[in-house]
Each structure stands twice: as C-alpha cells, then as structure tokens.
Design a protein around this ligand. Sequence first.
Ligand SMILES: NC(=O)c1ccc[n+]([C@@H]2O[C@H](COP(=O)([O-])OP(=O)(O)OC[C@H]3O[C@@H](n4cnc5c(N)ncnc54)[C@H](O)[C@@H]3O)[C@@H](O)[C@H]2O)c1
Length: 301
Amino acid sequence: MKEFKGKNCFLTGAASGIGRSFALALAKRGMNLFITDINMEGLEKVKVEAEKRGVKVFASKCDVSKYEDFENSANEFHEKLGEVDLLINNAGIGIGGRIDDIILEDWKKVIDTNLWSIIHSIKAFLPRMLKRGSGHIVSVASGAGIIGSAEPLPYIASKFAIVGLSETFYGRLRNLGINVSVVVPAIIITNIWKPDTTNFEYPPKLLKDFGKEKLDEVYGTMTEEILKAGISPDLAVKRYIRGIKKDYLYVFDNQGYYQLLAMKGNEPRQFENFLVEMQENRINGMRDHFHKHGINIEDYM
Ligand SMILES: NC(=O)c1ccc[n+]([C@@H]2O[C@H](COP(=O)([O-])OP(=O)(O)OC[C@H]3O[C@@H](n4cnc5c(N)ncnc54)[C@H](O)[C@@H]3O)[C@@H](O)[C@H]2O)c1
C-alpha cells in the first residue's frame, strides 16, 4: 500500500495502545477511518483526536469475538466510507496463567478474541475486496506467534494461528490484487501488560498462601522489569507503517526476530537448545524475583 491519503481504513481495538497509535498515525497521513472497539469511552477519545487531523472518522462498537458485530460494522463501514483499502485486525487479549492452571474458559476467551476475530473479519470483508481486486489486510500477531515462548499458552496458540493464516492469505490473495501483512510486535508498552487487563490467573496455592495484593505487587514489578525492554506504541506503529507501505508480509519492530527465524531454519539443533534455555532463563529470573519478595517459589513449582 503505497499511498494512504484519501483512502479508507477499518481498524479493530482502536481505543488503546497499538490500535490507538495506528488510528492517529493513519489520520495524520490523510486516511479516513472507521475505528472499532468494545471500550467506547476510549474509542470516542481517539475519534476526537483523529478528527483533528482533518479526516473522516466513524467510531462503532464491535466485539471482534462476535460475528454479528463484525457484520454490522462492515455494513456500516461500506455505507459510510465505501470500499476498504486497509483492513487492520488489531484487537487482542492475553490471559496469563501457568500451563497446568489455565482454565478452559480462558482458552476459549482468548481464541475467540484473537483468532475468531480474524476469521470474522475475513468473512465480513474479503468478498467485496475480491470483487474489487484490491485492498490490504493487516493482522497483528506477536513475537509469541513465531517463536514458541513462555506462557500464556492460549495467546501463543492464537498468535501462531494468525501467522499461519496470514502466510496462506498472502499466497492466495497476492495475485488477486490483495496485499497481506502480519505485524509481529515484540514488547510494546500498552495496557495489555496491566494486570487488570491481562487478568492473570495466579496459581491457586500461591494465591491462598500470599493473597492477591502481594501477588499483584510481585507480578507487577516483574512486568515493569520486562517493559524496560519495550518501546512506545507510537514508535512501533511508525515501523509497522513503513513495512505496510513496502507490502511486506512480515512486519517487525525488532530486528532480533530475523536472527531467530534464521536460526530456526538453518540451525534446527541450536534452535531446539534455544527454546529450552529460554525457558530455563525465564524460570531462573522468576525464581530470583520471587526470592527478592520473600517467596520461595520452588515450593509452588
Ligand atoms: N503490547 C505488546 O507488547 C504486544 C506484543 C505482541 C502483540 N501485541 C498485540 O497487539 C494488539 C494490540 O494490543 P495492545 O498491546 O495495543 O493492547 P491494548 O490492551 O492497549 O489494546 C487492545 C485493544 O483491544 C480491545 N479489545 C479487547 N478485546 C476486544 C474485543 N473482544 N473486541 C474488540 N476490541 C477488543 C481493547 O479494548 C483495547 O482497546 C493485540 O492483538 C496484542 O496481542 C501486543
């Protein structure tokens, strides 16, 4: 997608973080927007900010896990703005929890939001894009969707699926005039990392012995440590727009992923060791962190 000015974008999860930054950056480049989210208060604020850039902005409630919402929003989009030039599937959630503690409802919630959203989006928008023979589909995956990493497992499963679908869409749609990109964020400082949003399922025995307040403090400071390696959503989106403009399939904000993917292909034994070492380092780091807070985490592993 070479030019944004005067074109139309449909965007999910626009009330916060990466979605908000996408909305404002695209408005700045002259793109008309149809922004959606379940957080209407946040969405209205983004609408007001984006309108200041002199473009048309429509905001609508769309729970991406529900097809009826997607269908209604797509119909409204087509009525208000016409055809879609840029379709950004950004909304996503992460629910934390250890491999043996994650409840089935959380698996379902994450897959419904992160993966079914892409299926709903394609179902609602692709037929008209195919008829027209143009458009660009961008789905926001994660580094957790190209390298098997730590928990949360439902998140990883959903993001690997988004990457697989995006590769397939690329192969099947590219020669039909439709571009496809998959955005692979590394660590971006947004609300998804806030414990209340992430809705972390604490290990039950740990929760019983130390209480929620203490665990919020321990996990909160652990997250702060991780976020020291993060970047702002505005900077990340600047990098994503650069990749989208070049019609790249994979769009990264962190060059380190190129090396990891190369290792996966060229040095599979080394990659296997890397996966194990990464987990060990993570567990060691977590152990040290809990010790600092007076908790002997070994008793709970
Ligand atoms: N922040 C990171 O470090 C990071 C890393 C990798 C991938 N990602 C991905 O980036 C995307 C954006 O996340 P973010 O970091 O900006 O988080 P965020 O929490 O700031 O924003 C996510 C937005 O999605 C919305 N949302 C949640 N469930 C929804 C639903 N069912 N329907 C519609 N909207 C819904 C939220 O209300 C929120 O506005 C997500 O897909 C996330 O998985 C983020």
